[in-house]
Design a protein around this ligand. Structure first.
Ligand code: PMP
Length: 422
């Protein structure tokens, strides 16, 4: 007799029978509107027919063609397709399996390219759970507690979290950039700093869009000091934010871009992209892995990119995201912070929506966030919590979500709010 490990913490009791588009059908016979998408992964919805067909066809050709032994066509095709959407100049792509592995690959490359040891990360960032990736993660001590020491050479600067400080965005950006300069003057000299690693919106760290001016400030400093700017688009990439890449809300471009999650609609594959001139600072064989760039995942990736382009899913994410934000903001009007608790902030970037619950002194209210998240399941809507202090409920619909589904999601979210706060 064996059972699943209690190390896994489950957000819902749902067991999936099958799933299609925005819907999960449980073994309990119920239909759930899935606003979790496997944590922002099933970009084209569950089991998109084109993705299913591409994967099925590839399974019959070759499943595992180890990419340092023999190359396979789906990876060449995926690289070509990615070339159409990658920022200008990022013309060299390296593949792995998961976001964490790609994050590690980017750090190794930045260190190899600069010969410098240190990495600057921003408070609340989430970059994965492997030993190095969790050392770069500051989205909560639950990701690092109990198994220190972490990887050395990581320095954390503040993130411009306007709501938390009670400031406007400009003031928060000015503060965070000043503190970054101070960090570079007091703790990690530019000559020792290989890279700065940032998400275009904090993901697990609270669904908080990174102000464009902040990314632009990082770009300026990266240029001034020869520091590699690494943008982690694992969660924000591939249309999720209403632009193909989340950083495209700013004029700042990365030196290394990291992608995973949405790129193959649920098949495991990740990548880093950089200029060839930067990539070639690493040496052949310095990075790799048995399963990286799997053939079935790559075929699913090609199909995913085709569907996103053909069906205008980036634009759909933008428009549906606006509907979702407007709908939830309207609901929030009925639940201001009163009698000690309520909704403090609702923010969104495309189809990444965060609802932050606070006590009346502005302190985080994780208990209410968890109660609301659990209540949504009862109303047939799947949601998740996030944030370093667990007080944000996040809604992450598929890029194929329809206007009707958004309306249904808002209605069900409203019913959950009424249960907990009504
Ligand atoms: N970076 C970001 C921004 C992420 O959101 C995640 C996953 N939530 C990761 C890295 C790690 O990806 P994975 O879980 O595939 O290792």
């Amino acid at each position: 007799m064996a059972a699943l490990s209690p190390l896994l913490k489950q957000a819902t009791p749902v067991v999936v029978d099958h799933a299609q588009g925005s819907w999960i059908h449980g073994t309990d016979g119920r239909d759930y509107l899935d606003f979790t998408t496997g944590i922002g992964v099933t970009s084209t919805g569950h089991c998109h027919p084109d993705v299913v067909a591409a994967a099925r066809e590839q399974v019959g050709k070759i499943i595992h063609a180890q990419y340092t032994t023999v190359m396979h066509q789906p990876l060449l095709e995926l690289t070509e397709k990615l070339g159409e959407v990658l920022p200008a100049g990022l013309d060299s792509v390296f593949y792995a399996n998961s976001g964490s592995e790609a994050v590690e690959a980017s750090i190794r490359l930045a260190r190899m390219a600069t010969g410098r040891p240190n990495i600057v990360v921003f408070q609340g960032g989430f970059h994965g759970r492997t030993a190095a990736a969790s050392s770069l993660t500051t989205a909560g001590t639950k990701f690092s507690a109990g198994w220190s020491p972490l990887m050395p050479g990581v320095h954390m600067a503040p993130f411009p979290y306007a709501y938390r400080y009670g400031w406007d965005t400009d003031t928060a950006v000015e503060f965070a950039l000043r503190e970054l300069d101070y960090l570079l003057a007091t703790r990690t000299a530019p000559a020792d700093t290989a890279g700065m690693l940032i998400e275009p919106a904090l993901g697990d760290g609270g669904y908080l869009p990174t102000p464009p001016a902040f990314l632009e400030g990082l770009r300026e400093r990266a240029d001034t000091h020869g520091i590699v700017l690494i943008i982690d688009e694992v969660q924000t990439g591939v249309g999720r934010t209403g632009k193909f890449w989340g950083h495209q809300y700013s004029t700042a471009a990365p030196d290394i871009l990291i992608t995973a999650k949405g790129i193959a609609s649920g098949f495991p594959i990740s990548a880093i992209a950089a200029p060839e001139s930067l990539m070639s600072k690493g040496w052949p064989g310095s990075q790799g892995g048995t399963y990286g760039g799997n053939a079935v995942s790559a075929a699913a990736g090609v199909a995913t990119l085709r569907v996103i382009e053909r069906d205008g899913l980036v634009e759909n994410a933008r428009v549906r995201g606006e509907e979702l934000l407007a709908g939830v903001r309207k609901l929030a009007e009925d639940y201001p912070i009163k009698a000690g608790r309520g909704i403090g902030d609702v923010r969104g970037l495309g189809l990444m929506l965060g609802v932050e619950f606070s006590n009346d002194d502005g302190s985080p209210d994780a208990e209410t966030a968890l109660a609301v998240q659990q209540a949504t399941t009862g109303h047939g809507l799947l949601s998740l919590t996030c944030g370093p202090q667990g007080n944000v409920v996040r809604l992450i619909p598929a890029l194929v979500v329809s206007s009707d589904e958004i309306a249904t999601g808002v209605e069900r979210f409203g019913a959950a709010l009424a249960d907990v706060l009504g």
